[in-house]
Design a protein around this ligand. Sequence first.
Ligand SMILES: Cc1ncc(COP(=O)(O)O)c(C=O)c1O
Length: 389
Amino acid sequence: MTTSPTILRLASRLDEVGFSDIVKIRNRIMELRSQGATVHQFEGGEPFMTTPEPIKQAMKSALDENKTRYAPSSGIPELRKVIAEKLRTKNRIPAQDSDVIVLNGGMQGLFGAFQSTVNPGDEVLLFSPYWTPIKDLVAHCQAKFVLVPTDEAREFGFEQTLSRYSTERTKVIYYNTPQNPSGVVFTRDEARSVAQFAQDRDLVVIADEAYEDLIYDGEHFSIASLDGMYERTITSFTLSKSYSMTGWRLGYAVAPEPWITGLKKTTLYSSNGVSTPTQWAGLAAMQLDDSILESNVAEYRRRRDVLWAGLNELGLTCEKPAGAFYAFPDVTRINGDSREAAEILLNRAKVSAVPGIVFGTHGEGHLRFSFSTPMETIEAGLDSLRRNL
Ligand SMILES: Cc1ncc(COP(=O)(O)O)c(C=O)c1O
C-alpha cells in the first residue's frame, strides 16, 4: 500500500512555527570550544546565580514527605493563594484566588494565553524588537503578527502608533515589560496609553511580566491593575528569572473568566499541571524575604553598569537598559547585518552574542548581550573586544 505524502505530513498549524536561532549559536560555541578556544559568553538568557537554598530544601522535604501525587491541574491551593495575595499587594491586580493558575514556566502561560484569545486569521500587535518565541506562539494559532516599533511608539505616542498598525482583524496586544531584548521598561503613562487604546478598540492584552523583579531605573507597573483592564488582560509571570529557577519550569498566570477557563483547558490537555514537589518548592520561593530579590538586583545593576559603559566606549552604543538583563547595542559600525556582526565578534574576539535580527526586523543592526554572567566574563569579554575589534 502506498501512503499519500499529504498523510505523512505535520498538521498545517505547525507550518509557520519555528525553532530558536539561539540553538544554532550554542552549536557554534561548542564547535569553537572543542577546538580549544575560550569563548566569552553573552548569548544566554538566564540568571547566572543558583537557585536559593530554601527552595531546594522545600523540594527535598516535599519528596521526603511523599508529596508526589497528582495535584489539582491548576495548582496546589496553598501556592495559588500566596500568588493571589502577591498579585493583589505587589502588582495591584484585583485577582481572586480562583483567577490564578500555576504553570510550567512563563512559556506555558503565554502559550495558553494566545490559544485562549486568538483565532485563525486574527492579528496580534507586538512591540518590536520582541522576544522571538512570541511569533511562533502566534503562528501556532494560525494568526498573523504585526510589528509595532517600540521606538516609534515612544517617540510619536502609543495610541497614535498602535492605531497605525491595527486593522479590523486586530485582536490582541502583546505587552512585555521589562522587555527582552531591549531592556525597555514601559512607564505608567505608557501603560495607560496602551490600556486606553485596548479599551477603545476592544482588544485583549497579553501582558508578559517575566522580568518584573529586575528593574534598575523606573518602576514595574502591571497594566492589569488599571481601571477597566483586568477583564481584558491575561498576565503571565515566571519564577525563572526572579528566583533563578529556569530549569524548574515554574510560572503562573492570572486572568478572570473567560480567559482562566482557556488557560485551564490548555494546561489540562498538555501537561495536566506542574509537578507536585516543584509546586511546594515554588511556595517556598514565594515566601522568601524580598531582600533576596533586592540583592539580586544590586548584583545585576553592577554588571549592567560595567557592560553598558564598556560597550559604549567601544562605539557599540546603546541606551542604558532599565530592566531585564540584556544590553542591546547598535553594532552597525562592525556590520549592518547582525548575523555577520555576531560572527565577526565570535571569530575575532571569541565573544558570543545574539544577532538582533532574531528579535525581528527592528532588531537588525544590534546584538543582544546578557549581563547575567559572572563579572569576570564581562571584564574578559570587554577586554577581548578592545583588543580584537
Ligand atoms: C520576555 C520573556 N517572557 C517569558 C519568558 C519565559 O520564561 P520561562 O518559560 O522560563 O518561565 C522569557 C524567557 O526567556 C522571556 O524572556
